[in-house]
Design a binder for this molecule. Sequence first.
Ligand SMILES: Cc1cc2nc3c(=O)[nH]c(=O)nc-3n(C[C@H](O)[C@H](O)[C@H](O)COP(=O)(O)OP(=O)(O)OC[C@H]3O[C@@H](n4cnc5c(N)ncnc54)[C@H](O)[C@@H]3O)c2cc1C
Length: 424
Amino acid sequence: MHDTIIIGAGLAGLSAALELSKRNQSWQILEASDRVGGRVATDEVDGFLLDRGFQILLDAYPEARHILDYGDLNLRPFHAGAKIWLGNTFATVSNPLEHPQHALSTLFAPIGSFSDKFAMLTLRSMLERSSLDDIFERRERTTSEYLRAFGFSERMMERFFTPFLGGVFFDSKLDTSSRMFEFVFKMFASGKATLPAAGMARIPRQMALRLDSSRIRLQTPVASLEEDAEGAIVRLASGEALRAKAVIVATNAQTASHLIATMPANRPAFVAPKSRSTTCLYFAAAEAPLSEPILVLNGTGRGLVNNICVPSNLAPLYAPDEQALISVSIIGSPQTDDETLLTAVRKEMTAWFGAEAHNWRHLRTYRVEHALPDQTPPALTPPERPVRLTESIFVAGDHRDTASIQGAMVSGRRTAEAVAAFLG
Ligand SMILES: Cc1cc2nc3c(=O)[nH]c(=O)nc-3n(C[C@H](O)[C@H](O)[C@H](O)COP(=O)(O)OP(=O)(O)OC[C@H]3O[C@@H](n4cnc5c(N)ncnc54)[C@H](O)[C@@H]3O)c2cc1C
C-alpha cells in the first residue's frame, strides 16, 4: 500500500509528487493519458512545435521560479508590449521602462489617451509595490469594473485591455476576478512573458525528470473512488483496485467532481466551477507576417480572432529552418465546424496581413474545452480554497488557487503539505 496516490500528472500532480518526495513520503501517480503535463502539452507536427493552445510562462511566477530551472528551459522572452490591429493599420505599445527607445511612439500611439497612459504607469507602479498578500486582501470585483473605476477610457478598454486580458482569461467580457487581474498584471510587470525554447511541454518534463519514473503510471485512468476506515481505495478503469492512506485528486475540476460523485459513501460536497474554453489554429508560412517577437491583439472589438503571434520569432525551434509558425487564438469554441472556422480565420488574417495569408498552410486546430476554471467573483475570496475533502481524500489543481501555471504548482505543494501533516 502506498502512503499517497496522486490522480493526474498535470502541473499540480507533479508538484505534489515533488513535495512528497522532498519529505521522503511514498507516492504513486496514476495518469490517464500517455504523457505527463496535462494541459501544458506540445505536439510535434511536420517539424513544428505546437503547444496545445497558445500559452506562455510568466517568469515572475514565484512558485515556478522556485520549482523550475529556467536556464535549462532556455526561456525566450516576448517583446514587453503589444501590436494592436485597429481595422486598417497596426499600432505598437511598449513598456517604456523596458524599451525606452519606443517611449515616444507608445505615448502617441492611438491606443487610449495620455491620461490612459498615465493611469497605466500608476497601476503598474502600484502593483509593483503591492505584495501578493496585499492583492488577495483587496476588494474583489470583476476586472471590467476595476479597470473602469481606475479611470481607463472605453477606447483603452476596447483596444487594449479587452483583447489582452480576454486572451489571458479566455473571457471577452472581463468578468474575471480583479484579484486575478492584479496578480497577473503584477507578474507581467515584474518579469517577462516567455516560451521555453523547445516548447511548453518542457516545463512538466523537467519536473517529471526529477521524480522516480517507476512511480508514474501512464495510460492508467482512474474510474472511481471509495473510502473506508483504513484509507482510500482507487479503482482503475481496468478493474484493478489500489489502496492508499491518502489520495490526491489532481485532475481538472470537472473530472474531480465526476470522480468524487462515484464515492458510494461519505461523499463530500464538491462543486466544480464552470470552465472557459479557447481555440487555437496553427499555420506554417514561408515568411513570417511580422518580424518581432510580439503579441498581436485585435483592437477592433469585431471578428473571431483575438490575438496572434509568431512563436518561431522568439523560439526558432518552434519551426523548421526557413519557415515560420503562426499561432491564431480565439476566445471560446465557435459553434462552426473546423473547415468553416478555418475559412473565416483565413479571411480575417487576409484583412490583417494581405493576400499572403491565403498561402499559409494550416497545420492543426485545437479546441480546448476546459482550458481554465471560471474565476468570476467571488472565485478568489478566499484565494486558496480547501484541499482536504474527507479524512483521506484531498484535491489539487488550478481550481484551488489562481487559474494558472503558478496556481496549479502552488496547489500541488499546498495539498502535499496537508497530506504530509495528516500522515504525520
Ligand atoms: C490553451 C491553454 C492556455 C493556457 N495558457 C496559460 C498561460 O499562458 N499561463 C498560465 O499561467 N496558465 C495558462 N493556462 C493554464 C494552465 O495551463 C493550467 O492552469 C494548468 O496547467 C493546470 O494544471 P493542473 O495540474 O491543475 O490540471 P491539468 O493540467 O488538467 O492536469 C490534470 C491531469 O489529470 C489527468 N486525468 C484526468 N482524468 C484522469 C483520470 N480519471 N485518471 C487519471 N488521470 C486523469 C489528465 O490527463 C491530466 O494530465 C492555459 C491553459 C490552456 C488549456
